[in-house]
Every structure is written in structure tokens, then in C-alpha cells.
Design a protein around this ligand. Sequence first.
Ligand code: HEM
Ligand SMILES: *[C@@H]1O[C@H](CO)[C@@H](O)[C@H](O)[C@H]1NC(C)=O
Length: 474
Amino acid sequence: MVTMISPIATVICMLVFPWLAYFAYYLVSRVVLWRTPADRKKPALPPGSMGWPYIGETFQLYSKNPNTFFALKQQRYGPIFKTHILGCPCVMVSSPEAARFVLVTSAHLFKPTFPASKERMLGRQAIFFQQGDYHARLRRLVLRAFMPHAIRDTVADIEAVAARTLRSWDGRMINTFQEMKTYAFNVALLSIFGKDEIGYIEELKKCYYTLEKGYNSMPINLPGTLFNKAMKARKQLDVIVAKILSSRRKRQAKFNDLLGSFMEAKEALTDEQIADNIIGVIFAARDTTASVLTWIVKYLGENPSILQTVTEEQEGIMRSKEMEGDKWLSWDDTKMMPMTTRVIQETMRVASILSFTFREAVEDVSFEGYLIPKGWKVLPLFRNIHHSPDNFPEPEKFDPSRFESSPKPNTFMPFGNGTHSCPGNELAKLEMLVLLHHLTTRYRWSLSGSEAGIQFGPFALPLNGLPITFSLKT
Ligand code: HEM
Ligand SMILES: *[C@@H]1O[C@H](CO)[C@@H](O)[C@H](O)[C@H]1NC(C)=O
């Protein structure tokens, strides 16, 4: 998520709203933050520089690839350092031990934190923003719908979506990321609403696209702004979800999808809570999965021998299915794709689409002799951990075979760890495997050359969403 709630977008938006607070902040920060008496009986702040008041080191962060900023800081100050971006003093951590401390063992000392405009847009009661009992209850309901036992019967439906998606690319030049977004959206909708609510889905999609356009715009709520349109679309989404809820209540059937889990009597949520969490799950599920799939297409395109091995693995599965007269992939088939699985893992490591996540210290915390003051942001830097030669030798090399043995705890966290870790990870892996089965056995593609480079939008992505030409194998 950040988090999937795109941390970088989050940060970018934090740029715009507090200009008014700038002057006040300047005064306060001069007096309080930078001028604390040296003899205070507290542990010292971590090393690092805070840059200019308010602006902090924002320019340094955005003048380069943000990943370069993190890497340089770590080189200079070590795995725990302080900095100051977009109005927030923060501590960035990039050792497995520190990530474990923040996300797992002392998670209660660090709460999720997002700009208010993001909360309003997704819905204040969505899972990412919560702590404590309500969070635990939501997680139970989400996990119930997305754990292996619950999704294993949906493999054939996901496969149908994958096959249909790939067919629609045949003979075209496509923007890989845009097309993967459509795929991930359709799979997410299937896992939330099942196959039944087709009547409402087109309308829901339209509103969601408007919401998305406003999400990364400046949070200025005046008529005509993207933000304003997005807020209206958000209200419209509540109406659509309410219609779906009432149609389900009339039917009184039992549903095994996410909506069914949210509506189940014993732990039922309010309609508003349901809407906030459905929008939230779509948000968490779509661009993340689509970015990873886009990187996979790129890395396979650039590494013909790895593509060959994956293709052979998938052809083997296809042949054995044909012999048994099975038409559709099963859950068990997807557990017999070790090469393909390692390609997915290595892609998530190298690309580290969620470079980091955000928390906020709820009290003064001391860690390894350093003070993390109450109210400061704390950013576990997943990407630095995934690119440390201590954890992964020759870290910049794309080499799926490194996952033949499992990585050490807290060195590989594409789905985070601890209380807010990704409850959709099984579904994400499943839909990627299923798509890759059809992609490698039936189709060929070529990268349109000259597409080196990364864009951040807000996840790390190949430049221009990776245009490719795509066709059926002959
Ligand atoms: C490859 C694709 C995906 C990646 C890399 C990914 C990554 C992550 C990460 C790193 C977090 C934790 C963020 C944090 O600790 O701050 C997270 C949270 C979350 N993810 Fe995913 N995710 C993916 C796909 C999905 C899918 C498909 C779904 C739903 C179907 C989903 C639903 C969620 C939700 C609801 C949370 C919030 C959990 C909480 O706050 O308790 N994600 N994801
Ligand atoms: C999450 O943290 C626990 C406790 O440190 C650890 O056992 C587990 O391996 C970690 N998970 C990942 C994905 O690193």
C-alpha cells in the first residue's frame, strides 16, 4: 500500500496543503526541533540532516530518482537516519531488524498515517487508516475472503478473465501498464462482488476512474477541479454500493466473496464501512498488481533464457492438463510453477514497487540507542532492504534462481509484514501466475526498444507504461 496508498503520491500531495502553516511551523521548528538543549536526558536523534525549515530535504528527494536519495542517505548515515520531507520530520529505517521492530514487534508504537485528503477520498473507515479492535475485525473479514481456502475455487473464473484480457491484445501495440490495470481491476471486482453484480459494474468502474484522476491532484475542493469531481464520484460510489447491498439483502443467499464476508450477520459492518473498505481494497489491489505484472513482462522480454524456462514450465502444465482432459487451471496447478513463482518474487525484489511505507510514532520510542520522537513519521525503506548486498548479492542483477532458497526473515517484504501486511497477497500471486500461464504458452511480444528508464506514477514503472507489440504465437 501504501502503502499501497502510494507513498510518493501521498508525499506529493502533502506539498500543497500546508502553505498557510508554513510560517507558524517555521517559528516553532526553529525554537523547538532544532534548538533542544543538548543536556536533555533522552537518547539522541538518529544521524542525518534536516535541510531547510519546512521544505526540509524535499528538493533533494525529488530532484533525483527518490530511490537514489534513499540509497545516498543510507550510504552516508547508515541504516537509521533522520530527514525532513514536506513538512514532516521523519526517521527512515533500512535494516531488517528496524523494519521488524516498526512493523511487527513494536507495531503498537507506530500508527498508520495519511494526509486527510486521502482519507476523505478513499473513505475514513477503510482498513489502512485503522488500529486496534476495529482494524483487527476488518482484517479478519478481509482475510476470510482472500485466504487460499477461499480463493481456490475462483481460479477458473480468474483464468477466464486472463484469457479474455490477452485475447483483446492480439495483434496490437499496447500500453502494458494500462492493460494490466484493466486486468487487475476485473480480478479485484470478481473477488469482491463475485460474478453476479454485472449490472452495476460498468457504472462503478466509471466512477472509480474519475476518483482515480482526482486522487493525485491537488486537494482543492472547488467546482470543476479534478479533486472536486473525484469527491463527487466518491459519493456516487457509495450510492452504487448501497444498491448492490440492497439487491443482495433481498436475495438472502450466501456469498463467498469479499462483500459476502463484510455482510455476514455476526460481524456485519455498517453500509458506510462496507463502501469505504470496498473502495479501499480496489485501490490497494489494482495499481500494485498491475505494476508488478508490467515489470515481469519487461524482465522476461529482456531475459530470453529465463522466458524460455518459464515457457517450458507452463507448457508442461498445459500438456498434462490436456492429457487429463482438464480445461481449466486448478489451485494445485498454480502450486506447481516454481520457476514462474521465482520470476514473480525476483521481480518484486528488483522493482520494489512500494519503495517504502509510512508510520507515525505514537509516543517517544527508543530504538538501538536512538530517539524516535512522538509524532515523527517513520519510513521502513523496503527497497533499500531488497537492494542491500548483505541480503542479496549483486542486488541489481535480475536472477530468479536466488529464490531457490528462502530469503532470511524481514529481508524480503514485498507485501510488508506484521499487523498491516497485505491480506491480498495470495490473490495477487494467483492472478499473476494465471496470467503468466496464458501469456507464455500462447503469445509472443516485443518491447518497443528505447524504453530504458523509470517513471514514478506513484509506483515505480517502466517508462511510458511499457509499450509492447503483442501477438498470438504461430
Ligand atoms: C503484487 C501486488 C501487491 C503488492 C506488492 C501489495 C503490497 C502491499 C503492502 C506492502 C502492504 C502493507 C503496507 C503497509 O504496511 O503500510 C499492503 C497492504 C494491503 N493490501 Fe496489498 N499488495 C498487492 C496486492 C493486493 C491485492 C490484490 C489486494 C486485495 C485484493 C490487496 C489489499 C491490501 C489491503 C487491504 C492492505 C491493507 C492492510 C491493512 O492495513 O491491514 N493488496 N499491500
Ligand atoms: C515477519 O516478521 C516475523 C517476525 O520477525 C518473521 O518471522 C517473518 O519471517 C517476517 N516475514 C517476512 C515476509 O519477512
